[in-house]
Design a protein around this ligand. Sequence first.
Ligand code: URA
Ligand code: SF4
Length: 214
Amino acid sequence: FPGAEQYLPNSRDLDDLIAAARTCRGCDLYEAADQTVFGAGSPGSTIMFVGEQPGDQEDRAGEPFVGPAGRVFDRALEAADIDRELTYVTNAVKHFKFTRAAGQKRRIHDKPSRTEVVACRPWLLAELDAVAPRIVVCLGATAAQALLGSKFRLTQHRGELFNLADDGDVGPERVEDVIATVHPSSILRGPSDKRDKAFDDFVADLRVVSNLLA
Ligand code: URA
Ligand code: SF4
């Protein structure tokens, strides 16, 4: 994969980034997906959330976290007293990766490879520059590994505060605090009798973030 680098504009204006990302061909994922799903939110946001990649509904809508995982995310934000309107929400990978069972219409989420995450990372770093958040919240291991390196283990370091300047493989010029929690889809995928607990734990992690900024 050539990676996204050559598609980036010089500008770090969010609208310029969004426009340029529409034509990115930094990896193969643009071919099958409907469209680039760039981050959404205000450039002055203090919190930036990073998910994995758009899902089926996000790919159709062109907006991050508007499907089932987005509804869990919205409920959790509300429970943690975080206003989504005041945050910036994006994904580690900007195109939906999926498979289809033979003869089926339904598109089934397929986890992005490390190569695809690395190919797409220039967009994520450009968003960090454009938004300059106080804190970055990684939703799930893919996002955490995109920013904190492939050796990052979510099970060991969930809820811990990192600084990109010390721990990242993304360059010393970035000083944002980073914290990782679970991906909201993991709550939907988990056993139903554990769902409430998983949701409460997710909200507790989000409260750490809102308390940090309070
Ligand atoms: N899952 C993600 O990681 N991101 C989305 O935008 C939707 C589902
Ligand atoms: Fe470009 Fe990222 Fe889409 Fe690949 S997934 S084509 S790198 S925007």
